[in-house]
Design a protein around this ligand. Structure first.
Ligand SMILES: Nc1ncnc2c1ncn2[C@@H]1O[C@H](COP(=O)(O)OP(=O)(O)O)[C@@H](O)[C@H]1O
Ligand SMILES: [Mg+2]
Length: 512
């Protein structure tokens, strides 16, 4: 194939999608989507989880084949049948999961993507080029570092260098900030600006309003696979975008009400927890949470959050002590937590909180089966009798389901989370709530619901430990914030935007 010529004129359309349709069994992921990209612009593709953003871009990148619709590059209709084809057309994509070889170093990984390197590749040439790109685009990487040794943020920078090395002109970045500290995200934005200044065009996929407003020139909103609208970034705002995403008015920022903070509920002392590989993931963590207080735990994912939350809820063994209202709970014992009115909203609601194959009403009462009062309760012997008390939860938590008999696996993410909340919170006035990424994958409307439930619980006097990846979620809900870095609490800060910089530095391991 001839080398593809990308337009030299800024503002010329480099990519145009018309009426793209992509169906998966049972759903239409892209429903007649139109989208265009101009030279030198950042066009954000905004939408909630499941809106169809990745699918659309996977079509552009040749991973999926559209059922119908046209793709034009520089006004010419093309068939992009594979990523290799896409790359030939000057398209590069950084997916949510990277494709680097962990045991190779940065230079070797960049070289892997090149095709005319000869039989004996000259890696020193590649390295020199990487250093030039890194300087020109302000991308900090060490060409000699092995992939397994570097952070997720640096791995992403390697992926970007790979695209710049082959002079991609259309860059697709799929939710690139999800794994970055705020400072790394700023660095990425600077690089993106350098790229567009040099004539590249960027499609920036995200579900975060703030960052889309910060980095893009135009925004196209997808909802349930359809384009809701395209707007110029400087002519819109958070509220309008949220409404486009969800289809109704939403309150983005909740009012953080002060509550009466009283006695200590959770006390964690010198906690050590191993990960699944047998390495210490939590290395001597101590903290406490009091009644009426939300302690937020911030940090880049993979710094011990999972192990910490599982240990606290008794799903994972540990060394050290955990007390709830002054009483020491046993390691590796969930029943003990249930007995002490600890509620748990896990990161992976499908795997750790719900039984997908059981009906809603049984999921709502599944934990009650362990309590003595329940096992002597006639309901226990006739689970069907739980149907009618379930109706109250369906109503109180506005779970949209056709019946309480519906198997949980058929619910949307937001409704699944409401079932979890109803069971964990609606059922038993918890003293302590451990919430891990409680709004991950939820739409803005369901997010608002979760926030309100947690704030009501705080007002009622529950102690809440909030482990979250999204700093704005932490800012929205917490009274104090601790930063977890490499299994330790590296410091505390105030949960507001004026401390973003300080928190970001701690997330990167820099002590106050
Ligand atoms: N390979 C697939 N097979 C079946 N369904 C899929 C597949 N990929 C995505 N989907 C579904 O298509 C919809 C859109 O997904 P996706 O494009 O990943 O959304 P987004 O990137 O906006 O979060 C979702 O409902 C998702 O579950
Ligand atoms: Mg996606």
């Amino acid at each position: 194939m001839e080398k593809y010529q990308i337009s030299e004129n800024m503002n010329e359309t480099v990519l145009e999608l018309t009426k793209i349709v992509k169906r998966f069994p049972g759903l239409t992921a892209n429903d007649n989507v139109d989208f265009d990209l101009k030279k030198g612009e950042v066009h954000a593709l905004l939408g909630e989880n499941g809106a169809g953003k990745s699918t659309l871009m996977n079509i552009v990148y040749g991973i999926y084949k559209a059922d119908s619709g046209d793709v034009k590059i520089n006004g010419k209709k093309v068939e992009i049948s594979s990523p290799r084809k896409a790359i030939e057309y000057g398209i590069g994509m950084i997916q949510q999961h990277f494709s680097l070889v962990p045991s190779f170093d940065v230079t070797q990984n960049v070289a892997l993507g090149l095709k005319d390197l000869g039989i004996i590749p000259d890696l020193s040439k590649v390295k020199k080029q990487i250093m030039e790109i890194s300087k020109r685009y302000k991308i900090s990487v060490d060409p000699d570092a092995k992939i397994w040794q570097i952070s997720a943020g640096e791995q992403q920078r390697v992926e970007i260098i790979k695209l710049l090395y082959v002079k991609s002109q259309i860059m697709i970045l799929d939710e690139p900030t999800a794994i970055l500290t705020p400072q790394e995200a700023n660095g990425l934005f600077e690089t993106i600006r350098e790229m567009t200044k040099n004539g590249a065009s960027v499609i920036f996929i995200s579900h975060k309003l703030k960052e889309v407003l910060e980095i893009s020139d135009r925004i196209t909103v997808l909802r349930h696979g359809k384009v809701i609208g395209s707007v110029k970034t400087n002519e819109t705002n958070e509220n309008e975008l949220a409404k486009m995403m969800v289809g109704r008015e939403v309150v983005i920022k909740i009012e953080k009400k002060p509550s009466k903070v009283s006695g200590e509920i959770l006390k964690v002392d010198d906690l050590h927890v191993m990960n699944d590989k047998g390495l210490e993931a939590v290395k001597g963590v101590s903290f406490d949470v009091r009644s009426g207080e939300v302690l937020g735990i911030a940090g880049v994912e993979g710094n011990g959050q999972k192990e910490l939350s599982e240990a606290l809820y008794g799903m994972r063994n540990y060394r050290g002590t955990v007390t709830v209202e002054g009483i020491r709970v046993k390691p590796g014992n969930v029943l003990d937590r249930i007995k002490h009115h600890v509620a748990y909203i896990p990161q992976d609601r499908k795997a750790d909180a719900l039984c997908g194959g059981l009906p809603i009403y049984q999921n709502l009462f599944i934990k009650a089966f362990s309590s003595p009062s329940m096992s002597f309760n006639p309901y226990f012997f006739v689970p069907e009798r739980l149907r009618s008390p379930s109706l109250r939860f369906i109503k109180d938590y506005s779970i949209s389901a056709s019946s309480v008999d519906l198997e949980v696996k058929f619910l949307s993410g937001g409704n699944m989370q409401k079932v979890v909340l109803a069971r964990e919170i609606g059922n038993n006035s918890p003293k302590l709530i451990i919430a891990v990424h409680p709004t991950r994958g939820l739409d803005v409307g369901a997010e608002e619901f979760v926030y309100n439930v947690l704030m009501d619980q705080k007002a009622r006097g529950a102690a809440i430990l909030l482990i979250a990846g999204d700093l704005f979620e932490i800012f929205n809900l917490s009274d104090r914030v601790a930063v977890l870095y490499e299994g330790q609490i590296i410091g505390y800060s105030q949960p507001d935007e004026s401390h973003l910089e300080e928190i970001g530095l701690m997330m990167a391991g820099v002590k106050k």
